[in-house]
Ligand binder design. Sequence first.
Ligand code: TXA
Ligand code: MG
Length: 323
Amino acid sequence: MDLKIQQAVALLDSGGVVAFPTETVYGLGADASNPEAVRRIFAIKGRPANHPLIVHIGEARHMHEWAREVSPLAERLAARFWPGPLTLILRRGRAPLEVTGGQDSVGLRMPDHPVALALLRAFGGGVAAPSANRFGRVSPTRAEHVLEELGETVDLILQGGDCRVGLESTILSLIDDPPVLLRPGAISPAELEAVIGKPIACLAQPTDVRAPGTLESHYAPDTRLLVCPTATLENSLDACLAQGFRVALMCCSAAGGTLSRHPGVQPQPMPNDASAYGQALYATLRALDMQGFDVIVVEAPPRDEAWRAVNDRLGRASHGSRQ
Ligand code: TXA
Ligand code: MG
């Protein structure tokens, strides 16, 4: 077995906290059956204790250990999408209440990343892991992000390169009927509905405390973020420049690209493909955040279904300053 994985397993066995890569974002993991170790995660993140963690597993059959009443539908979804960026909310089995934030439900996911899978399979148990960032901040998509943000407070950071998806997993609650989409991600409602065989419900106003990822002001950089439709972009830039602001512009269309040549504006071209945009989003926000701009203006991406997860995260990152 890889030495780093061996070291990580030994740390998890002794109550340590290990950051590891997944295909979505980096996670901050501890043994899900060890409440003491799980409490360390909350302390390191500065996360309120009632915000539940996802239990990561290396084999789908381990679902039955953490959840009870695993339905045939849950089995079908796991068979179709795991390993992959889907978290299923089920009724709690032997998952400790420390992990589930006191709720009688549990979030389960099998990540699709070779390092994560090697870790989970070598460890054999469940790994409770939120994204490896401070509470309310942008999730890390590179090992260096974890090091910058959490540094010495973590026992080990496993390297795994840039996350392929870059946005957190889709969360689907199977406790409700029809199932409810609690957080949009790379796996779309249409893909889920194709397996479920009926429409799911989508949380329109994400204010439910069950999922802190659904708090309105989550995923926020320090710099003010302003999301503007292409049609009003020029006016918004002029207004910012008139106030003497240092402005960065994240643009994703040809028209936006033209405006980013506005004098005084630092251009940040973004992909015009939703998956590539999602992959780059958090790393871009982090990089711009470190450059001392007064405002990051974001050209609003298209509103289509393919962009749902990106628009969701941009909406939260710009909460309070959206135009
Ligand atoms: O892609 C991901 O899901 C990443 C990687 C590391 O797996 N993890 C992640 O964890 O984003 P975190 O803790 O940052 O966000 C997990 C979300 C939270 O919004 C949490 O409230 C929700 O999952 N969640 C976990 N258990 C839940 C439950 N029992 N009921 C409702 N929501 C739950
Ligand atoms: Mg998070």
